[in-house]
Design a protein around this ligand. Structure first.
Ligand code: ADP
Ligand code: MG
Length: 322
């Protein structure tokens, strides 16, 4: 029988010293921010049957719950420092715990982000991470910073995670290889941390957001906060490799309003085009220019020829059709 404290010690407490002054084991962890830096803090929760299927692979869940939090730091241009993990578990299952912690720490180590504390309780599977990052004052990529005339950019590629979901739900027929490849994008998203840092540190971008609920819905948050509009060339959107082989109507819909992409959508002055492409190359993330920020409010979707498109898209909202 594994007690709560044995569980924490065996699967989550690691001897390696990190950046925190005090890690797991006391009532609070202690963090000392680097002199002159601001802290960026964000929480994201994954709930069974809502964000992932019951019986989902534990290693991939460990990766994903941290990846979605790292993606928020990336979208702000902050450097990851540490995180806490609040975990409700139906049972202390050793196989599940070792898979989960392996997936979690593999990604944490890639980003030098230390687990400094948390909470563990029995209950329906629920994973909540709070992440702490740091950035220089004035460098944050805020949603309210887009300016009319800016280019609109997307990192990486879109839509494969949504395509995987369509396949799982039998909403769309995918062959086994396509299902596995698209599924990898859904279960193992890549947070664009290096790109976000490069955009913020070199002051290349104005506003940014990470795309978790679908591009159109997430972009609308930038437009509202910045009091601007945008023209989005739907045919310029970079489809994921599996989605790229599907018909145009599906490509357009899943690129523009997929969900679970964890790519960055950002705006930047035209003068930064070459520097942004170079930053993408240096960070190993593709970057694609997909539209412009306009002074006139509203989002205009256009095709490759510049003609208006009416796609009837909406971002994902947990309470929209309750
Ligand atoms: P308290 O009773 O003060 O809330 P706990 O007994 O819940 O503390 O936790 C003991 C220590 O283990 C604390 O330092 C806490 O931050 C840490 N901890 C608990 N659960 C986790 C977890 N899932 N991952 C990492 N650290 C955890
Ligand atoms: Mg506690």
């Amino acid at each position: 029988m594994l007690s709560e404290f044995d569980l924490i010690k065996q699967y989550f407490q690691r001897p390696r010293p990190g950046q925190a002054v005090l890690g797991i084991g006391d009532d609070c962890a202690l963090l000392a921010p680097s002199p002159g830096m601001q802290m960026a803090i964000s929480s994201d929760m994954l709930v069974e049957d809502r964000h992932f299927f019951a019986g989902a692979d534990a290693r991939m869940l460990g990766h994903k719950c941290l990846a979605v939090n790292l993606s928020d730091l990336a979208a702000m241009g902050a450097k990851p420092v540490a995180f806490t993990l609040a975990l409700a578990l139906p049972a202390a299952d050793r196989d599940w715990l070792s898979g989960f912690s392996a997936g979690l720490f593999a990604l944490a180590d890639q980003h030098g982000c230390e687990l400094i504390g948390g909470d563990t309780t029995k209950g329906p599977l629920n994973i909540c991470i709070t992440i702490f990052g740091e950035l220089a004052p004035g460098h944050a990529l805020r949603r309210d910073a887009a300016m009319a005339g800016d280019d609109l950019w997307i990192s990486g590629s879109l839509g494969d995670a949504r395509l995987a979901l369509a396949g799982y739900h039998k909403e769309y027929a995918l062959d086994d290889a396509a299902q596995v490849a698209a599924g990898a994008r859904m279960h193992m998203p890549t947070p664009r941390v290096a790109l976000g840092l490069a955009l913020a540190n070199a002051r290349l971008a104005h506003a940014a957001i990470d795309i978790s609920d679908g591009l159109v819905g997430d972009l609308a948050h930038i437009l509202a906060a910045s009091k601007v509009g945008a023209t989005l060339d739907v045919d310029a959107l970079p489809a994921g490799p599996v989605l790229a082989a599907q018909p145009q109507a599906l490509r357009r819909r899943f690129c523009a309003a997929g969900g679970d992409d964890y790519e960055l959508c950002f705006t930047a002055a035209r003068a930064q085009r070459e520097a942004i492409i170079a930053a993408g190359v240096a960070c190993g993330s593709a970057v694609t220019r997909v539209g412009t920020i306009d002074a006139a409010p509203g989002l205009r979707l256009v095709d490759a020829a510049g003609s208006a498109l009416d796609l009837q898209l909406a971002g994902f909202d947990h309470f929209a059709s309750a």
